[in-house]
Design a protein around this ligand. Structure first.
Ligand code: SF4
Ligand code: SF4
Length: 451
């Protein structure tokens, strides 16, 4: 592709690129730079490459541009420490859009990703079918059998890790609770939510494609916890995938198509907050205002939509969550999802949610603010570097002595769960809201008459 068309994609971000003062303060925050020591695998080097492409000095089909942009986790830890306020996440999105539209010959994995994004993720019926098949493979024990017998590894390490990711989404990978699931009341699924309730007493739930496909128990726990805290949840039934996978892959047209559908699905009562329990989805939903800023029809609605997004922990912090009873588990630690921390700026809210669990045996995790290497499906696209990032996380978890790891994003939960399983660690994984849900169940706060 010519420089002129490259420039047309990055031109709108020129001022953001020029904001970098090349101080290098972001380097040590960057997991890929720390591992490889290569300037081009750090934020400053990647920004140089983006600028060179934007100025037409480097083709967007160049191997260096492709390689180092692909190897970025998109964790946005660099944004947090940047004194110049460089909006790296938005620049990365533009760089990946360049790659997506270039004629660069990508490997099989990237071609398969493009196919899946277009022909499965944009088609809700096909996506539901794909997750139904995945659940059969997981729940029948077939995935576990392939892993335990070593057949999965014989096929390839990537296939083995993919199966381990699926396996680690199962309920069995979480802590065993005595009461878990007994109060599995479905949140109300509605075509519209014009129920007349005020924003303080109602919320709309964004359930997510992976969330509903593989972690519906977390969505149910979220709904129950909201109810106990006086917030009536509803689930708009026209909602679709948030588009994060598309945006991270550079398919901005696909991401925008999904964004428009979600804005319409949640538009019936714009006074209500939209609650998510997945850091990756939440950060994406909160960026719709930017994503659709050039769309005359949807720009204003997208900004309003983004302002309504809250993680479950942020919503509970606003109302002050009720305390529950203690939960019978071993030591519990918490790993922050990058997108929850740096994208949604949830800060300490998830830890405060955990603090509502009485007498929780909490173990501090060194480096909990660093990426686990999951990053959407980075673990399957860039497996070697992902494994190195994950190894540091697993070592820190082991050092903490935790037997349960709570994290607020399904991708992180699967990445850490898969790594722990393949390393033979004694570690269970769950969402923090599942612990609070169990804490409420232990306290007898779920009264069948009440729900
Ligand atoms: S997003 Fe993460 S991996 Fe990418 S440059 Fe920033 S810190 Fe490094
Ligand atoms: S910290 Fe910010 S300004 Fe400094 S090199 Fe990194 S991106 Fe550029």
């Amino acid at each position: 592709m010519s420089s002129a068309s490259l420039t047309s994609k990055l031109a709108t971000e020129e001022q953001k690129l020029l904001a970098c003062i090349h101080c290098g303060l972001c380097l040590e925050a960057c997991p890929t730079y720390v591992i490889t020591g290569d300037e081009n695998d750090g934020p400053r080097g990647r920004l140089y490459l983006m600028r060179a492409v934007g100025e037409g000095k480097l083709s967007n089909e160049s191997r260096a541009f492709e390689r180092h942009i692909d190897r970025c986790l998109g964790c946005r830890a660099c944004e947090q420490v940047c004194p110049a306020g460089v909006e790296y996440g938005q620049l990365l999105e533009a760089a990946r859009a360049e790659l997506f539209s270039s004629a660069t010959q990508r490997g099989f994995s990237y071609k398969a990703l493009r196919f899946a994004l277009k022909h499965i993720w944009l088609q809700p019926a096909r996506l539901n079918f794909a997750f139904a098949v995945a659940r059969i493979v997981r729940n029948s024990g077939f995935a576990g059998l392939l892993l335990k017998t070593g057949v999965a590894r014989i096929v390839s390490r990537r296939f083995e890790f993919g199966l381990a990711l699926l396996q680690s989404s199962s309920r069995k990978s979480g802590p065993r609770f005595n009461t878990n699931g007994k109060q599995a009341n479905e949140p109300q699924r509605v075509a519209a939510s014009s129920n007349g309730n005020s924003a303080a007493t109602s919320a709309m739930l964004f359930t997510g494609c992976v969330g509903e496909g593989l972690f519906s128990r977390v969505n149910k726990a979220t709904a129950r916890v909201l109810k106990v805290n006086g917030i009536e949840p509803s689930v708009p039934n026209k909602q679709v995938c948030c588009g994060a996978l598309h945006a991270h892959a550079g398919d901005l047209a696909g991401a925008r198509a999904l964004a428009r559908q979600n804005i319409k699905a949640f538009s019936d009562n714009e006074a209500l907050p939209i609650v998510t329990n997945a850091g990756g989805c939440g950060a994406m939903l909160a960026s719709y205002g930017h994503l659709l800023s050039g769309d005359e029809t949807f720009a204003a609605a997208a900004r309003t939509f983004s302002e309504r997004i809250r993680d479950i922990s942020q919503q509970l912090k606003l109302v002050g969550s009720k305390a529950g009873a203690s939960v019978p588990t071993g030591p519990v630690t918490y790993d922050a999802s990058c997108h929850l921390l740096y994208g949604q700026h949830a800060g300490e809210a998830p830890l405060e949610m955990l603090a509502a669990v009485s007498k929780l045996n909490f173990a501090r995790l060194e480096g909990s603010d660093r990426c686990c290497g999951g990053a959407g499906i980075y673990n399957l696209l860039e497996p070697e570097l992902s494994r190195e990032v994950l190894a540091e996380k697993l070592a820190n978890i082991q050092a903490s002595g935790a037997q349960v790891l709570a994290t607020g994003n399904p991708g992180c939960q699967m990445q850490i769960g898969a790594g722990a399983f393949l390393a033979g660690l004694n570690l269970k994984t769950c969402h923090p809201v599942e612990l609070l849900d169990e804490s409420y169940a232990q306290a007898g706060m779920y009264d069948d008459d009440q729900f």
